[in-house]
Design a binder for this molecule. Structure first.
Ligand code: PRP
Ligand code: MN
Ligand code: MG
Length: 188
């Protein structure tokens, strides 16, 4: 067993399950945007793997851009404040925007981001998230395309991190509690 794998309690979504679901989402986007040229915006860093797979299954002409955000006051109860650490390279005015996220959790990141992007007057804006944790929501954000709805489990892999690690796992797994409990103790 390799070093990352030993921290995983169990696999939640295999590479194959992810591939199948990502292809289905791409198929829906292909149908919904037929005749248009959407711009897909990846929210860094978590969404980079999903974005790369999703765009390779979309057959429509589309463009891409990237944005990076970080929440203020890491650790303690989030103030809900979000800071842009990398803005888009292109204008989205008059464009059909699809925001691509790895996970919709409290909704803090997305409620801020969607408001900000809306103010730039796109023709339309939709949200595509691979995972949704509806039980954790504190802001009223809903995705237009959802890969999987998940319980409140500590998921990592396929772009999702814990303490910046595990993003490179090709599947999504549940982290062993001892891993994050240990980390919390050492952080004190
Ligand atoms: C994670 C995830 C989403 C966000 C969801 O990003 O990738 O962007 O949190 O949580 P929310 O709905 O409670 O806002 P994170 O801030 O950990 O940064 P990362 O993408 O670089 O891992
Ligand atoms: Mn993120
Ligand atoms: Mg993260």
């Amino acid at each position: 067993m390799d070093m990352l794998e030993q921290d995983i309690e169990r696999v939640l979504f295999t590479e194959e399950a992810l591939r199948t679901r990502v292809q289905e989402l791409a198929g829906q986007i292909d149908r919904d945007y037929a005749g248009r040229e959407p711009i897909l915006i990846s929210v860094l860093r978590g969404s980079f793997v999903f974005m790369a797979d999703l765009v390779r299954s979309i057959t429509l002409p589309c463009t891409l851009d990237f944005m990076a955000v970080s929440s203020y006051g890491a650790g303690t109860t989030s103030s809900g404040q979000v800071k842009i650490t990398k803005d888009l390279s292109e204008s989205i005015e008059g464009k059909d925007v699809i925001v691509v996220e790895d996970i919709l959790d409290s909704g803090n990141t997305l409620s801020y981001l969607l408001k900000l992007l809306q103010a730039r007057h796109p023709a339309s804006i939709r949200l595509c998230t691979l995972l949704d944790k509806p039980s954790r929501r504190t802001k009223p954000v809903e995705a237009d395309y959802t890969g999987f709805s998940v319980d409140d489990l500590f998921v990592v892999g396929y772009g999702l991190d814990f303490a910046e690690k595990y993003r490179n796992l090709p599947y999504i797994g549940i982290l062993k509690p001892c891993v994050y409990e240990e980390e919390l103790v050492t952080a004190d």
